[in-house]
Design a protein around this ligand. Structure first.
Ligand SMILES: *Cc1c(COP(=O)(O)O)cnc(C)c1O
Length: 516
């Protein structure tokens, strides 16, 4: 888009913005005065390596550059703009205090290659965070290094595989059971870890079908001998992606352990449980925690993430390096296999370079310490209360596939739209015209035309009421036969309906002097 076109397409003070290359057409213009460098002595000069043409950089004055980036930032709808009810994402307010802490001198400028002797405070902070995570989950060990939830899943599955190898069962245990309602990362992780996947259907209540699960387990114990059994692990999310607590989880864990399998729990929904339920009490062997969801780091724009994994006694020694360890007064970072093995550990290796997302560790610990144990518990309770308020306030007009109450997210299907000529996607687009960011749609896959709403604990009652009113008025409009109002929504957004398939399949990622 050219500058002229951008101007013509701006509406009100909603300003269109071309790419910076389109805006900065005046090559050679610069926002700063740079002295001519004397390079006659430089080795590049001597070797004839200097470019003979100036690079093709946009030429912008300082105010133009500032405006460009401010306009781009204003195109980004985020949790600081308004309610962001995406289900399965936990888009909640990130207290500014955490940001201040992460930028403190001595923390904000830490470097991963600093000598350990200069970072004892950082190690202490990691130890504190580990203690909080272990306390909240009731598990035996934690690894802080995985860089995201999905990366944590892989870490947990690799530890399970290492434990099976040690037992001499790596070859025969090839199956991983994953409920149909699972987040897509679960089956992807199991496949990446080399396992054969099997989907377990949901029952009419939206929970994992325990009978079906038991039937798939095979194997049994006879006295002390394990018979058959080729299940390596179950990957279960609790609360699940329908926003429901898997009530039979203790029974599930027992059956699984009896059959010789391990229990991986997807802990992305810990925001509903923290302070109330300890996964360690439920028989879980490994679980990741999305610090960026539950423990408040801004996310959603592609990073950063942190997915620490907690382990049961059975898996603790397989945790990856580096391992933080207290030996008397000394706080050590065990970085290599030999040092680990001397201490009885059997690490799976490293999940990533260095020590993890330090900035997020600081934010998470700051969040935990400012809320305290009781505050974390209250946050979980309020998240569940908010979701139930939404479920109860919309249930008469919209259709909820599973009986209430729910946990931290409210789920609806599209059966209430039957015959209205309006689909879930149209409904979501119409919400944009009302100034409301849509919820997650068409996920979980087991519910037709799903609407998955996660309000989190940080929305006030007034904010929830505003959202509910927008949903109710749209639902009424759909039921009153006003389908046409949905079909070309959004009308007021800078972009209308995009061809999302084409954009995903054939993204145009280059600027080649062409108009885009
Ligand atoms: C977000 C999420 C994940 C993946 O976490 P990332 O940090 O995005 O990799 C896995 N499972 C569930 C249920 C999630 O909501």
């Amino acid at each position: 888009m050219s500058v002229v076109k951008a101007k013509a397409e701006s509406r009100g003070l909603h300003l269109e913005e071309p790419l910076i290359f389109g805006r900065g057409a005046a090559r050679g213009r610069s926002g700063v005065d740079l002295e001519d460098a004397d390079i006659s002595d430089s080795p590049l000069h001597k070797k004839n390596l200097l470019r003979d043409k100036a690079p093709d950089l946009p030429g912008l004055s300082e105010p133009e550059a500032v405006r460009h980036y401010v306009r781009l930032s204003q195109k980004n709808y985020g949790i600081d703009s308004g309610i962001f009810p995406l289900g399965s994402c936990t888009m909640k307010h990130n207290p500014r205090l955490n940001e201040r802490m992460a930028r403190l001198v001595g923390l904000g400028d830490l470097h991963p290659l600093q000598p350990l002797g200069t970072v004892s405070g950082a190690l202490l902070l990691m130890e504190r965070l580990s203690e909080w995570l272990l306390r909240l989950t009731g598990m035996a060990a934690v690894s802080l290094t995985p860089r995201a939830g999905a990366h944590g899943e892989l870490c947990g599955m690799m530890a399970i595989r290492a434990a099976l190898r040690e037992r001499g069962e790596e070859r025969e245990r090839r199956r991983v059971l994953v409920p149909e309602s699972a987040h897509g990362t679960n089956p992807a992780t199991a496949a990446l870890a080399g396992y054969r996947l099997e989907a377990i259907p949901a029952n009419a209540e939206g929970r994992m079908d325990v009978k079906d699960f038991r039937a798939r387990l095979g194997g049994a114990r006879l006295g002390g001998t394990r018979l058959g059994g080729d299940v390596a692990a179950l990957m279960l999310t609790n609360p699940n992606t329908c926003g429901l607590f898997e009530r039979d989880i203790v029974e599930i864990a027992e059956a699984l352990h009896q059959a010789g399998g391990f229990f991986y729990c997807d802990g992305a929904n810990f925001n509903a449980l923290a302070g109330r339920v300890k996964p360690g009490d439920l028989g879980i062997d490994a679980m990741h925690i999305n610090l960026h969801k539950t423990f408040s780091t801004p996310h959603g724009g592609g990073g950063p993430g942190a997915g620490p994994v907690v382990f049961s006694e059975a898996l603790a020694r397989f945790a990856p390096l580096p391992a933080l360890r207290r030996e008397g007064e000394a706080l050590l970072l065990i970085e290599n296999r030999a040092d680990a093995e001397k201490r009885g550990l059997r690490p799976i290796g490293r999940m990533a370079s260095f020590h993890g997302q330090m900035g997020m560790f600081i934010r998470a610990l700051s969040y935990m310490m400012s809320l305290g144990g009781d505050g974390i518990r209250q946050a979980s309770e309020d998240a569940v209360l908010s979701a139930n308020y939404i479920l109860a306030s919309l249930q008469d007009l919209m259709s909820a596939p599973f009986p209430s109450p729910c946990m931290h997210e409210a789920l609806f299907d599209d059966s209430f739209l039957k015959g209205a000529g309006v689909e879930t996607l149209d409904f979501a687009k119409a919400l944009i015209d009302r100034g409301v960011h849509p919820m997650t749609i068409y996920f979980p896959l087991i519910v037709r035309g799903a609407f998955l709403i996660e309000p989190t604990e940080t929305e006030s009652k007034e904010s929830l009421d505003g959202f509910i009113e927008a949903m109710r008025s749209l639902a009424r409009a759909a039921l009153d036969g006003k389908a046409e109002m949905f079909k070309d929504a959004p009308r007021h957004a800078p972009r209308r309906r995009l061809n999302e398939t084409l954009a995903a399949r054939k993204p145009v990622l280059r600027w080649g002097g062409r108009e885009i």
